[in-house]
Design a protein around this ligand. Structure first.
Ligand SMILES: Cc1cc2nc3c(=O)[nH]c(=O)nc-3n(C[C@H](O)[C@H](O)[C@H](O)COP(=O)(O)O)c2cc1C
Length: 179
């Protein structure tokens, strides 16, 4: 049984849902998982865990700046244990999918932080019109209509492939076994 720290950085909640699903799968595999928002007030000590996974969403082309700083601060501890990263965006899947852009978001995060997680993946996120204020609505309307996507804002849309999330968690559990 490994002790895993699972951090998530979310704005509209989809990354937190994905992190919960990952935690569930890892617990089913017999691991102990501490699931925390990456901006939790609690001081973090990644060196107290056997493995660390971090998930974060993309807004305006970037993962949150505070997360980059956090990863840089703990880079040595992260480098010393099996780590995984997942990025959540609409480029990864949604009304206007752009897988190459989704991969670039991951590459940029790795380049800016100098962190080399052993596993990294992009998951499609969600379009949560009901949570957007007027500015975000406008931004998302333009973003989606430019790609010819459905701009019907009367419903929320979830694009996350939950089987892919489970497979990623299982693959990480396998990797932990090898350490
Ligand atoms: C204001 C705003 C800006 C966004 N910018 C991007 C973007 O630049 N690229 C992208 O692929 N997705 C973008 N998205 C989509 C989000 O990554 C997606 O909705 C994701 O599910 C959000 O995850 P969260 O709920 O965990 O914050 C944006 C969403 C919003 C609301």
């Amino acid at each position: 049984m490994s002790r895993i720290l699972l951090l998530h950085a979310t704005t509209e909640g989809q990354t937190a849902l994905i992190a919960e699903r990952v935690a569930h799968t890892l617990r089913e595999k017999g691991h102990s998982v501490e699931l925390l928002p990456a901006d939790a007030a609690k001081p973090l000590d990644p060196s107290a865990y056997d493995g660390v996974m971090i998930g974060a969403s993309i807004h305006y082309g970037n993962h949150p700046a505070f997360l980059r700083k956090l990863v840089i601060r703990h880079r040595d501890a992260l480098a010393a244990r099996p780590c995984a990263f997942f990025s959540v965006s609409l480029s990864a899947g949604g009304p206007r999918p752009k897988p190459a852009a989704a991969q670039r978001y991951i590459d940029k995060f790795i380049r800016k932080t100098g962190w080399q997680p052993q596993m990294a993946i992009s998951f499609a996120g969600a379009l949560k019109w009901s949570m957007y204020g007027p500015i975000k609505r406008r931004v998302m309307f333009v973003f989606i209509s430019l790609g010819g996507g459905n701009t019907d804002a009367s419903n929320d849309y979830e694009y996350t492939d939950w089987d892919a999330v489970k497979r990623f968690a299982e693959a990480y559990a396998e990797r932990l076994k090898q350490t």
